[in-house]
Write a protein that binds this ligand. Sequence first.
Ligand code: SF4
Length: 76
Amino acid sequence: MSASPQGRELPFPLSQSLCARCGWGKRVESERGSVFLMCRRASRDSGFERYPLQPVISCTGHEEPGEQAGLGDAGG
Ligand code: SF4
């Protein structure tokens, strides 16, 4: 396990994903405890999948956390 941009633990292979270190990535947990990585960039750009196949190893949309203008904690 390793921490996501939101500071929560992520299971393998999500922990290896570029989304786990991207400001657009958001950790989502189902009621049954399954963990997903959502791409919040998808809500603004149709060129991105809301739930990309994981682990993502290369992405033209990757940005460091904090570079996403107007994106709040609940964004997406
Ligand atoms: S922009 Fe790319 S790296 Fe960032 S969360 Fe979306 S799919 Fe993942």
